[in-house]
Write a protein that binds this ligand. Structure first.
Ligand code: DX5
Ligand code: ZN
Length: 221
C-alpha cells in the first residue's frame, strides 16, 4: 500500500502571496504541491506557466511539485516544466498526438509521469501505457475550475483503475482530483486512491492546518 499523500492545488491559493500559501500548507502536513496548468484551449480557463514553478523553487520550496497539464499540445510544456523543477508531470492522453512519445519525454527529463482521465474518458486510453506510468490522475470533476462538486461515479472508476493496475502487476499511485473534501476523502481512499488533490477544501478554509489534519484523520485505518 502506498502512503497517503495530500497534494493541495494552488489554483485556490491567493496568488498575491503564493510562496507563503504553499509554505503554510506544507507546514500543515501536505507532502506535494499540485500545479494546475490551463491554456484556455484544452480547458476554458487560463492559469500559469512554468515561470511560477521556477519562482517557487527559487523561493526555497523543495517539496515535490506535481504538475497537471491541461494544455494542448503537451510536449513543449513538458520540457518547460521539467526544466522549471517539476517532480511529476501528468497530461491528458487525448491532448497528445503521440502518447508514448510524450511519456518518454517526461521520463527522459527525469520526472515521474502520469496520465489523466476525465470523467467520461475510458480506461482504454491508458491501458496500453500502464507499465510506463508512475501515476494515474482521475478527474472527479470536468477540468478547468476549482470548487466543483465531486462526481460520484468516480468511485467506481477508481476501483476499475486499481484493478487494471493490479492485473498488470503495477503499483502505481492513483490520484483523484476535483471536489475532494474531508467528508468524501475516506470513500475515495477505500475505492483505491492513495493521492488526494484538494484545492478549495484546504485553501478556502479559515484554518488550513485544521482542514489538513481533518483530512488526514479520515485516512487513518
Ligand atoms: C480542476 C483542477 C483541480 C482543482 C481542484 O481542473 O485540476 O486540481 O483545482 O480544486 P477543488 O479541490 O476545489 O475541486
Ligand atoms: Zn489538477
Amino acid at each position: 500500500h502506498n502512503k497517503p499523500i495530500i497534494a493541495p492545488s494552488i489554483l485556490s491559493a491567493d496568488f498575491a502571496k503564493l510562496g507563503d500559501e504553499v509554505n503554510e500548507v506544507l507546514a500543515g502536513g501536505c507532502q506535494w504541491v499540485h500545479f494546475d496548468v490551463m491554456d484556455n484551449h484544452y480547458v476554458p480557463n487560463l492559469t500559469f506557466g512554468s515561470m511560477i514553478c521556477s519562482a517557487l523553487r527559487d523561493h526555497g520550496i523543495t517539496a515535490p511539485i506535481d504538475v497537471h497539464l491541461m494544455v494542448e499540445p503537451v510536449d513543449n510544456m513538458i520540457e518547460q516544466f521539467a526544466k522549471a523543477g517539476a517532480t511529476s508531470i501528468s497530461f491528458h492522453p487525448e491532448a497528445s498526438k503521440h502518447i508514448n512519445r510524450s511519456i518518454n519525454l517526461v521520463k527522459e527529463l527525469g520526472c515521474q509521469v502520469g496520465l489523466v482521465l476525465n470523467p467520461a474518458t475510458s480506461l482504454s486510453l491508458i491501458e496500453e501505457s500502464i507499465q510506463e506510468l508512475d501515476m494515474v490522475l482521475i478527474m472527479s470533476v470536468n477540468p478547468g475550475f476549482g470548487g466543483q462538486a465531486f462526481i460520484p461515479s468516480t468511485l467506481d472508476k477508481i476501483k476499475r483503475v486499481r484493478a487494471m493496475a493490479l492485473k498488470h502487476n503495477k503499483n502505481i499511485r492513483i490520484s483523484v482530483d476535483g471536489g475532494v473534501n474531508q467528508q468524501n476523502i475516506k470513500s475515495i481512499a477505500d475505492a483505491g486512491a492513495d493521492t488526494f488533490v484538494m484545492g478549495s477544501a484546504i485553501f478556502n478554509q479559515e484554518d488550513r492546518k485544521l482542514a489538513i489534519e481533518q483530512a488526514f484523520a479520515q485516512l487513518v485505518t
